[in-house]
Design a protein around this ligand. Sequence first.
Ligand code: FAD
Ligand code: NAD
Length: 457
Amino acid sequence: QSSTFENGSPKKTLIILGTGWGAVSLLQSMDTTLYNVTVVSPRNYFLFTPFLTSTPVGAIDINSIMEPIRHILRSAKGEVKFLEASATDIDPENKTIKVVNSSGDERVLSYDYLVMSVGAKTTTFNIPGVRENAFFIKEAHDSIRIREKIMKNIEHACFLDPSDPKRKQLLSFVVVGGGPTGVEMAAELQDFVNESLTKWMPDIAKDITVHLVEGLPHILNMFDKNIITYSEEFILKSKINLILNTFVKGVDADNVHIEQNKVSKQFPYGILIWATGNQPRDISVTLSKKLGEHQSERRGLQINEKLQVLGAEDSIFAIGDCTYHAGLAPTAQVAHQEGTYLSGLLAKLNEIDQLSWKIAQVGTSEKRAIKLKEKMREMVINLPDFVYDYKGSLAYIGAERAVADLKIAGKDYQLRESPFAFFFWKMVYLSMCVSFRNCLVVSMDWFKTYFFGRGNV
Ligand code: FAD
Ligand code: NAD
């Protein structure tokens, strides 16, 4: 891919890996006429993760939170190519990447600038049996699989005699990890039991137990203490079996093996959902290894204040969950702000590249070239740093209640008991939807669920 600006200067090639929060924020805010832009991702849609846990229980339809990447690219100023493929290798010296599609076809692409926004995968800490037996809640297909399994277990339990111990096992829904993902998932499951199943299948509903297992003494550890206490009390009242101070040590096909006060125990499960945080994807690890001593952090790619990857500062940027940087949590909020910042930085880099091309045209000895060089140096020095503007954290805790830790004009505010927090949670996330369609269909799903119940069958 090569093209030039009107004055004949070559356009640089920008490759963006991913179609998640970071990449889409970048694409929606950047002037795509400044580069030859190619987006590579195994997913040809954007996934609105904050509502993902509402989808396996049918409160929101999974399609409502998937926005086709081509819809998003249609509103870009310049042409953007999309390749549905995964990056499997990066050569930072020769500035090339290898990409492979789902049919196994390979291509090598050259870049001038590369943006890593490949996100992260769910960590299992290599705990035995987790990858084989647990569901994750990270992608659209995870939601679909969990949804199928929930209904399969419920129908299977209906088929069995109430005294059959297998029935109890099938109706034991276990969520591991008391971070916001685990809490929201357990809350949605319990809402489904309390609000929908009690009406359709009261005999099944009363036998379902949703367990939430957390290794530390508390859940939602990034929130304020008062919010944590309120959330734990609220969750217990909603009948979730909250199991704190308990690390899961292993999983087999039927049982979760835990350690409580240094005593090993086990209990049966019918569905196991694993949400214990993030670990880097293989492509991030591959790049990290190639950059050797510059990259020493196992939790993600190390970046500087301009989001440049250490060891490849001239050409590779990284944003979102694939990075590790003190003070920047792996959240949509961070990825979104980084994407917006990077769009501005790329516009400035284009100006610098243009100047550099002009200098090459006029020759270094001329007076004009000296002036241009001075201007270019100033522009490089004045490139702004990324500054994260933390606005707060929100989490859904079930039964139309949410908690919020907010930062407004430098002051901290909390929302807990107030039913307004739930409305606020909905409004904040609706405002973050990437398209009007996205916003509208999610609102319609809420309306449908409120008046006609969940659509889970
Ligand atoms: P992602 O959004 O994960 O996107 C990564 C992209 O890279 C995807 O398109 C993926 O297909 C693509 N990709 C993967 N491998 C490759 C490859 N090899 N080559 C090319 N492309 C690749 N954060 C909040 O702030 N608020 C919330 O309420 C919230 N709720 C969440 C709920 C759930 C259930 C989950 C799982 C996360 C939630 N988060 C929330 C966290 C938030 O989703 C992430 O921080 C955010 O998605 C990070 O954006 P990203 O662009 O780095 O990665
Ligand atoms: P997390 O890292 O926030 O929480 C994981 C939890 O699992 C921790 O509390 C940890 O102690 C626990 N854990 C780890 N190993 C365990 C084990 N073997 N047994 C029992 N418990 C164990 O992970 P997350 O909830 O997936 O969140 C990932 C990121 O996404 C975070 O940055 C989070 O803020 C963000 N997120 C935000 C929201 C929101 O803002 N509402 C929602 C979901 C995710």
